[in-house]
Design a protein. Structure first.
Length: 312
């Protein structure tokens, strides 16, 4: 194992604009926006099943997505509080506000708690208690199970995939107030999608993760074979699971064809990850991992948009 690098300390910019920008970074806006989009998809299909037009449930949608966004952003901020020391040892995260000492830990903690509790309160009062309870469980499992497990075992990816797949479930529950088979399908799609996505990230930044003592699979098994095998298994399983919305009459034939095509393309990029049988440290394998990451970022929104546009 390589020696642990020293934390990176950057200069402090105390301007109000920079301060607000750093608070925004704590919310992880790109990740949070994907979570909100996934929750919207769940809400959309719940409304479709209930026979509601979009305008009929617009106010509830606004409350639900705002609540989910606040919970997601607050959880992201609290996660950065917990991982500030690890982030300081990784090049891609050392510039974050906490490891770079641009924000005090206490302020970030209070900011994260405020966002989390505001979101839970909004969901409990404006949607229903089930949605609030599920959102709380999602946040607690992410912070209390997935985050510490990253330092212990590569099983952290599997454990973290459960809270990661909850956004469409929250959107569905916000309107319907109960969980149904369609909810499970949306959960399963997002659950399986995460593995090629996060394995590609772990492959790209395996050196960073090793320096921070984070036991992602490419760090623990350096030849990369286990990572490739699991990437292929989950990528292959995603194809038939992504077709289930058509079988359950959630989406039509256009979706069926598009989902099969998207799944095939996504799986193709997954096969390229280990095409050269190279370890994660090799240059060509890094390029293949980056291509898989880009494919994963495009796959999910395209699949959900197609599903919603071709709702049955």
């Amino acid at each position: 194992m390589s020696s642990v690098t020293q934390p990176v300390t950057l200069s402090t910019d105390a301007s109000p604009r920079r301060h607000l920008a750093d608070l925004g970074v704590l919310l992880k806006p790109r990740v949070t926006s994907l979570i909100v989009m996934s929750a919207w998809c769940g809400f959309y299909f719940a409304a479709h099943k209930s026979g509601l037009r979009s305008l009929d449930s617009l106010h509830l949608l606004a409350f639900a997505l705002t609540g989910v966004g606040l919970v997601a952003g607050g959880t992201a901020a609290l996660n950065q509080v917990l991982e500030r020391d690890s982030d300081a040892h990784m090049q891609r995260t050392a510039i974050r506000p906490l490891p770079a000492h641009r924000l005090p830990t206490r302020e970030a903690l209070l900011f994260g708690l405020a966002g989390l509790f505001a979101g839970l309160l909004l969901l409990a009062t404006k949607t229903n208690l089930l949605t609030a309870a599920l959102a709380l469980a999602t946040s607690l499992s992410y912070l209390g199970l997935y985050t510490p497990l990253k330092k212990i075992s590569p099983w952290c990816t599997f454990v973290g995939a459960f809270p990661g797949a909850m956004p469409p479930v929250l959107g569905w529950a916000a309107l319907r107030g109960r969980l149904e088979w369609e909810t499970l399908v949306l959960f399963a799609i997002l659950f399986l999608w995460q593995f090629p996505h996060f394995f590609s990230i772990a492959w790209l930044y395996s050196d960073d993760y090793e320096s921070a003592g984070i036991r992602m699979l490419p760090v623990v098994e350096k030849d990369g074979r286990s990572t490739v095998r699991q990437t292929l298994i989950y990528g292959l399983l995603l194809i038939p699971v992504s077709l289930l919305p058509h079988i359950l009459h959630m989406a039509g034939m256009v979706y069926l064809s598009g989902a099969a095509l998207l799944g095939g393309v996504y799986f193709y990029f997954a096969t390229r990850l280990g095409a050269d049988h190279l370890p994660p440290s090799a240059a060509q394998s890094k390029k293949n991992a980056r291509d898989l990451l880009r494919a994963s970022v495009l796959y999910l929104p395209l699949l959900f948009v197609l599903m919603m546009l071709n709702a049955a």
